[in-house]
Design a protein around this ligand. Structure first.
Ligand code: ADP
Ligand code: MG
Length: 533
């Protein structure tokens, strides 16, 4: 078969037409509602119990760490009295072997070491004085010298308190059995204490919630943000829900401040439709899942996010390479009938290894507009052990990479559309003007949405395909990147937790509940952001 035709055939397997988008949205809303009503459903719809308010006059240094699926970020936010703050950040890739370590300790001691390194590098004075004081005859340390830290933990957690939560399951390729069911804050605190660091884990924050917070303050206009969504290593979203719809809360432990009638819900939508009742399924999706560490779960995520798209592309390309009638990456100067002598692929090429292709390659290939797709061909040569790829080869790769990326964006739109429709945020979708009052604001974060070419435009196309949204509704949905928002969000929640702790349980820091909490933070940040460095 000619190469172009074969590539088109594979690309067509990833088409996700309008009718399927709409079927997906209906089922998504059904699974959202089911998750609000009872426990143990495919979509967890985890209540976050967000409550306290900052008063805007805080002083001091707060820390935040973010364990994503790929990177570990450490940051500190210095609050200069009541008007400004500065932010310092460092980032390190999480070593692969730690993701599947035998014990939690291996991973969490690595995280604590990164915090130590960060303190030594960026807060040396503070660190040294603390260690000296501990070593001195006076001993001990002063409470005010302890950093409060917000822990952004981007995995499903059952949260029991502002700094207490047990891991429900690992996702995104992590698999450390002895962590499941344990309090991840306690695990981190133990390793921090082992290094004698002046740090208290004050708050546990999901990255989606952090993104929602951070976006709420940067988004222009008065309307609050509806949804914080992640499209990075994994995918997930947190949104503002009405308490009256959260019927399962009645049967759950934990105190609910009902003053605003709303609560942020962490959907854990990565596991939407694990039963595959509406999700598209190709042989490549199927094999990827079967050979993953968590077969049968996170099925939505496995079709959308950074951890998986490269692998889907790899499997699709391998299927073509293995087909003797398709001349992909073949050496035109050798005998076309002998499979072994016709390939330009080195034997140890990552093309033949599970997870061998990174999703950043999809961005390179889909967005390549160099003459003869030179950039793609060079990347194939330099990083994937495929020499002398022809322009036709690169074109075939681009066709399939774009199809995989576009399907991911259209599936992302299913989640976004469902949240917008289920919350009734759009109201009547015939308004022709977009105003500060009728805009529906969404904050997003993650390398995929940030770097994959036209990801947002593909999302928008699919949103227009949903009649309850349509072209007019789509225009009223504002999507903005909350870059590293999870770090900023976590530091601010640590601040609030810290205040709540110092004020004691009978204080009035909870007054105003969730909206007060958000508004307090927004207010605080609005004043801080002008001088942000
Ligand atoms: P985390 O999920 O750890 O918070 P990121 O948001 O940076 O981190 O997402 C990392 C994921 O994004 C990885 O799976 C990686 O393959 C993917 N990725 C990195 N760079 C790009 C890019 N340029 N285009 C698309 N995906 C990318
Ligand atoms: Mg992240």
């Amino acid at each position: 078969m000619a190469l172009a035709a074969a590539a088109e055939r594979v690309a067509a397997e990833f088409e996700y037409p309008k009718e399927d988008v709409n079927r997906g949205v209906k089922e998504f809303i059904r699974q959202m509602n089911e998750g609000l009503a009872k426990q143990g459903t495919t979509m967890s719809q985890i209540p976050t119990y967000v409550t306290a308010v900052p008063n805007g006059t805080e002083n001091g240094l707060y820390m935040a760490v973010d364990l994503g699926g790929t990177n570990f970020r450490v940051c500190s936010i210095q609050l200069h009295g009541n008007s400004t703050f500065s932010l310092t950040q460092s980032k390190v890739a999480i070593p692969k072997q730690l993701m599947v370590a035998k014990t939690s300790r291996e991973l969490f001691s690595f995280l604590a070491k990164q915090i130590e390194l960060f303190l030594k590098t960026h807060h040396e004075d503070h660190y040294v004085s603390h260690v000296e004081r501990r070593a001195s005859s006076a001993g001990g340390f002063r409470e005010e010298d302890i950093f409060s830290l917000g822990f952004t933990f981007s995995f499903p957690v059952q949260q029991y308190g502002i700094n207490k939560g047990t891991l429900i399951r690992w996702t995104k390729g992590f698999d450390i059995q002895d962590t499941v069911g344990k309090d991840v804050c306690a695990l981190l605190q133990k390793e921090i204490d082992a290094l004698h660091l002046p740090v208290r884990v004050a708050a546990l924050v999901n990255d989606t919630v952090g993104t929602l917070m951070a976006r709420s303050y940067t988004s222009p206009g008065k309307a609050g943000t509806l949804l914080g969504a992640i499209f990075g290593t994994g995918t997930n979203g947190a949104y503002v829900e009405k308490l009256e719809k959260m019927s399962k809360l009645k049967g759950m432990a934990g105190e609910v401040d009902g003053s605003t009638g709303e609560m942020i819900v962490n959907t854990e939508w990565g596991s939407f439709d694990n039963q595959l009742s509406v999700l598209p399924n190709t042989p490549y999706d199927n094999d990827l899942d079967k050979e993953s560490v968590n077969p049968g779960i996170q099925m939505f995520e496995k079709r959308i996010s950074g951890m998986f798209l490269g692998e889907i592309l790899r499997r699709a390309l391998v299927s073509l390479v293995k087909d003797p009638s398709v001349p992909l990456f073949s050496d035109e100067h050798s005998n076309q009938n002998d499979v072994h002598s016709t390939t330009n692929i080195q034997q140890d090429s990552p093309l033949f290894k599970q997870w061998g292709i990174d999703t950043s390659f999809l961005s390179i290939s889909s967005g390549d507009n160099s003459a003869g797709l030179k950039v793609t061909r060079q990347t194939l040569d330099n990083e994937y052990g495929i020499s002398a790829a022809s322009a036709e080869d690169a074109e075939a790769v681009r066709l399939i990479a774009s199809a995989v990326g576009k399907r991911a964006a259209r599936l992302s739109a299913v989640a976004i559309a469902a949240v917008v429709i289920a919350t009734g945020k759009l109201g009547d979708n015939t308004a022709t003007e977009v105003t500060d009052e009728n805009v529906v604001d969404i904050g997003v974060d993650g390398s995929l949405v940030e770097f994959y070419p036209n990801f947002e435009e593909y999302i928008r196309e699919a949103l227009r395909d949903v009649p309850e949204i349509g072209p007019l509704g789509e225009k009223r949905i504002r999507i903005g990147i909350a870059k590293d928002g999870s770090g900023v969000g976590a530091a601010l929640i640590a601040l609030v937790a810290d205040k709540a702790m110092k004020a004691g349980p009978r204080s009035d820091v909870n007054a105003g509940g969730f909206a007060g909490f958000i508004n307090g933070i927004i207010d605080h940040l609005n004043r801080g952001v002008r001088m942000r460095v």
